[in-house]
Ligand binder design. Sequence first.
Ligand code: IMP
Length: 202
Amino acid sequence: MMKIIFATGNEGKMREIRMIMSDIGADISSMKEEEIDIPIDENGTTFEENAAIKAKAVAAELKRLGRPAIVLADDSGLEVDYLNKEPGVYSARYMGEDTPYSIKNASLIKRLEGVPDEQRTARFVCVIAAVLPDGRCLETRAEVEGIIGYEEKGSNGFGYDPIFYLPEYGMYSAQLPPEEKNRISHRGKALEKMKKILSELH
Ligand code: IMP
């Protein structure tokens, strides 16, 4: 069975990833489950760079330990057009890593005060990097378009989901049932693309 280790410490993401990858017939574990605890300096300026940095760092550690596996990592974030695509690759670090999302979300809404719907466009972006045991690094990218709402709504999902309104669905990302979010989300789509690539490898 193919062994996949996902380089993230984020439980919300791990839940989504397990659900999406459940049909690939692979043994999927998190860094925590593999007891891999290495500092990773996400100093890239693009989602592509950061995803590759994370996957390569964990792959190097697994190689050192003599435990080869396919390592997946994602880098994702929210781009708000009116704010010159902020917070972008700094989405997790916006206003400080440990600042509650209720405060981060309130800040974005405040910065868009008085801005009409047509200028509130935003997107979630996700890049998945895979480092194979032979050292190859492959990447997929997907995006989901929406607009920044005027208040927080919904209690599903995580992060910026409560302020991300999906006009096509008539609801906020945090109001979508988890299976539905996985079907349409940036991460869901980027993972589906990666799943296809991985399943064609053997
Ligand atoms: P990363 O862990 O460096 O990829 O940071 C991703 C950050 O982007 C998260 O911590 C959230 O702030 C934001 N983000 C990414 N995907 C989502 C999502 O599906 N919903 C809400 N926020 C997200």
